[in-house]
Design a binder for this molecule. Sequence first.
Ligand code: IZC
Ligand code: ZN
Length: 415
Amino acid sequence: MKGNIFIHNIGTLITSREIPKNETMSSMENIEVLKEAYILIENGIIKKVGVGDFTLENSEDFIVIDAGGKVVSPGLIDAHTHLVFGGSRENEMFLKMKGYTYMDILNSGGGILSTVKATRKATFEELVEKSKKVLDNMLSFGVTTVEAKSGYGLNLETEIKQLEVNKKLDEIHPIDIVSTFMGAHAVPMELKGKEELFIDEIIEMLPEIKKQNLAEFCDIFCEEGVFSVESSRKLLNKAKEYGFKLKIHADEIVSIGGAELAGEIGATSAEHLMAISTKGIDELYENKVVANLLPATSFYLKKEYAPAREMIKKGVDIALSTDYNPGSCPSENLQLVMQIAALYLKMSPLEVFKAVTINGAKALDREREIGSIEYGKKGDIVIYDAFNPEYILYHFGISHTQCVIKNGEIVYRTR
Ligand code: IZC
Ligand code: ZN
């Protein structure tokens, strides 16, 4: 029967179900881990999770998988990507080596603006084909849900085209797509120097995007030299009125108060946060904003890493995502992000797994449906070719995925 799977002989099952904290755990280590466990999925939904022996009745109705004593986790969640775009920007990598910064390149009409040109030119079908390949790679790393932002159109027509590509991908690919409208990604060439005017244009796009039900979240690149805190406040408050949930690219390069704004407006998540202030950390904590950290971007741009340990000490919920995009993170490898987080953000294995499962779900307001292996949630599961979680973080640069199950069906398998 479709969506019926029984997985047994699981050596270590990271269910990511949140459990009460005790004094030996950090604020991010309170997730359940079971030994010698099994999972029963019926009609795509998790029906039973347990340890020890379990006799499966009517086993002929189920696909039975012996996990061989290996590690199993919920399907991974990549809660921040710029998935859909035309072209690529390998030329910038070598400009950066000559000393040009990300912002220098953007200010001279390259960077985001060169991707805007290529995305405006690309057809709907071209964008679908190109992004589908990326989703296949993501799936091979164990990812079963992806957030995808627009923001390479900077006009209504192309922003809608990008969001329609998201919708199409959600229909044709096993990975679930969560759509974010990010028209405020950069000021377009044709309005250079006219940030306020452009913000008003973006605000005018909101009702159309909402009417066509093309995005659940609204996001903005709040950064020195891109969009100010005032512009971000204006746009995001309007978006809230129209019923969008909010995200904000905050304190990536300079600390201008983006995290504080995330707290003030009740954003679901704040992204990047490499330059966050202590006050910003307090605001995230007090307003229950998820800190969505993107350490592969720090790695790629050779920049500071976000102060994850300070955030964890305060009690902030951290998610980890790729930031997959053609400029600052041309990689869709979420397992590499996990490995970088362990090495450079100094996160423990449980903290890392929590960040890419249940906290990724919180960053997308999906924690009631996905992100943990417990009764009633979607049957999204990863089986790793590894016997302990530490090994997955230690052996870096490869994919440890052995099998991915989405809604109770096998959608990727290496052996
Ligand atoms: O295309 O450079 N940071 N937006 C904000 C990006 C990176 C994507 C890009
Ligand atoms: Zn981003």
